[in-house]
Ligand binder design. Structure first.
Ligand code: NAD
Length: 499
């Protein structure tokens, strides 16, 4: 048994294989961990959590910086494994790892400032007290991850949870267990003493077991359907959870947009990573006066993309059916294919697809397609663009292209993250919170909110002297409440002028 793996008798275990989505070749096999295995891992994590918390923030910071340095040194090795298991091109894999390192660095460097003890002004009613607030680790955080960004996405929870002083038990997607295992083993090289960061592997039931295995907090990233199941499981023991789900992100092109930039970013946002990005661009609302020109630029650029070169295969074979269904349905209901079409699904690849004139209630507009597809819709004006962009059941990210109206439009978009004149920059800005609303989930990873997501507040107050006006005692003098009312009138009773 190593510090990172649940103890198992491998001969008696059920296993599953991780496959290369481009070739179908087997990469490795992994145990399907049972409920008992997961529970045992969480038990070990509890002891490790006490040890990790007890090290203190400066020592944890040092260890996490060592892990950061290891990740930098071995980026190529990790990126190669991502390419093998997820299918994305090496350049995109290196970009993913580098963004994840930036987050680890930020979480490590800011944990003390964000979570450390700080004085809080006591206010009028407790003027004889001092007060402090600090954020303590939960203990053991369970992290359940997806496969589309097998490093960046789970580390968005794991790095922040570790920096906040928790131990982590990680259940990676069944499509990317080798990447998950690499992360856990590399961490054990810099923290060999205790299983502070452990791996459990398997399918949905292993993830379900993690929700009820005694973790103190659960961080889930995946589909909204699974998110609901996870939340219901966590509810049994009132385990707090952060739920990061999918999106159907809109892009708005205003009449005064830089159309070259907008088209280039729309095609990138829709099609990099084969469109398998939770906050990728799936639909574009374009003002009428620039629609034809924008559409022509998008079609021209999308037509130059080569699956297998600029982006990889569809990682999860079942998604090919979903993508084909969305395209078929859109075309059957009056939509037009400006690029690609029904034949674009060529397993395991999907050629770029640009659709137009698709009714707003088609799955291609309402549901996550998660393929290299983009739906273009012509709108009369900014109002219609905003209304249509906000109409969906997801609320993760959004982008707007405009030279003069960017801020005004962005503030009206109903999304957790909105970018102006670029797509997805917020993923690489570690100080910003990441997350959405509606079916995109709730809670936040990244930034100060992300650190606090993995910590609970503890306040301590101290009374320094007893006030003459004693309110919280059975010996309260008769006149005390009258004096309190007078005080409240003086302090808060005046009306605000002009309101
Ligand atoms: P998924 O919901 O199928 O699976 C996610 C994880 O949950 C996997 O590890 C899976 O094994 C596990 N799981 C399955 N059933 C479970 C259960 N009953 N209890 C506990 N765990 C269970 O999602 P996926 O296909 O792996 O990932 C793609 C989805 O993730 C897309 O919707 C995408 O938009 C979303 N995503 C969101 C973000 C974000 O930050 N908001 C980031 C990346 C991906």
């Amino acid at each position: 048994m190593t510090a990172t793996q649940p103890s198992t008798d491998r001969s008696a275990r059920e296993t599953f294989a991780s496959l290369n989505p481009a070739t179908g070749e087997q990469i490795a096999t992994f145990d399907i961990h049972s409920e008992a295995d997961v529970r045992a891992a969480v038990e070990r994590a509890k002891r490790a959590a006490a040890w990790w918390a007890g090290l203190g923030e400066p020592t944890r910071r040092q260890r996490l910086r060592n892990w950061r340095a290891l990740l930098v040194r071995r980026t190529d090795e990790l990126a190669a494994l991502i390419t093998q298991e997820n299918g994305k091109p090496t350049g995109d894999a290196i970009l993913e790892v580098t963004i994840a390192i930036a987050h680890l660095s930020w979480a490590t460097g800011h944990a003390r400032r964000v979570l450390g003890r700080r004085p809080v002004l006591p206010g009028l009613l407790a003027i004889n007290h001092t007060a402090t607030c600090e954020y303590l680790p939960y203990g053991v955080v369970g992290v359940i991850g997806p496969w589309n960004y097998p490093v960046h996405t789970p580390l968005g929870s794991i790095s922040y949870a570790l920096a906040a002083g928790n131990a982590v038990v990680f259940k990676p997607s069944e499509f990317t267990p080798a990447v998950g295992s690499w992360l856990v083993e590399s961490f054990a090289e810099v923290v060999p003493e205790q299983p502070v960061f452990q791996l459990v592997t398997g399918y949905g039931p292993t993830g379900a077991a993690l929700c009820t295995a005694g973790v103190d907090k659960l961080a889930f990233t995946g589909s909204a359907t699974t998110g609901r199941t996870v939340m219901a499981a966590c509810a049994q023991d009132l385990i707090p959870c952060v739920i990061e789900c999918g999106g159907k992100d809109p892009l708005v092109v205003a009449a005064d947009a830089d159309l070259d930039l907008a088209a280039e970013q729309a095609v990138w946002g829709a099609m990099f990573n084969a469109g398998q990005t939770c906050a990728g661009v799936e639909r574009a609302y374009v003002e009428r006066s620039v629609y034809a020109e924008f559409a022509a630029k998008v079609v021209q650029q999308a037509g130059q993309l080569q699956p297998g070169q600029q982006y990889g295969p569809i990682t999860m074979p079942s998604q090919l059916t979903v993508i084909a269904r969305h395209i078929d349905d859109a075309l059957n209901r009056g939509g037009r294919a400006l690029a690609g079409g029904r034949d674009s699904v060529q397993p395991p690849y999907v050629n770029p697809v640009v659709l137009a004139g698709v009714p707003e209630d088609c799955p291609a507009v309402t549901d996550e397609t998660f393929g290299p597809t983009l739906v273009l819709t012509e709108v009369a004006d900014e109002q219609e663009a905003v209304a249509k962009a906000n109409a969906g059941r997801y609320g993760l990210g959004a982008s707007v292209f405009s030279r003069s109206r960017g801020g005004a439009i962005a503030r009206r978009l109903d999304a957790g993250m909105v970018s102006i004149n670029a797509v997805l920059p917020y993923a690489g800005i570690p100080g910003l919170p990441w997350g959405g609303s509606k079916d995109s989930g709730f809670g936040r990873i990244h930034g100060p909110d992300g650190l606090r997501e993995f910590a609970r507040s503890r306040v301590i107050t101290r009374q320094w002297f007893v006030l003459p006006l004693r309110l919280t005692t059975f010996d309260r003098p008769r006149h005390a409440i009258g004096q309190l009312k007078q005080l409240a009138r003086l302090r808060w009773g005046s009306r605000q002028r002009g309101v």
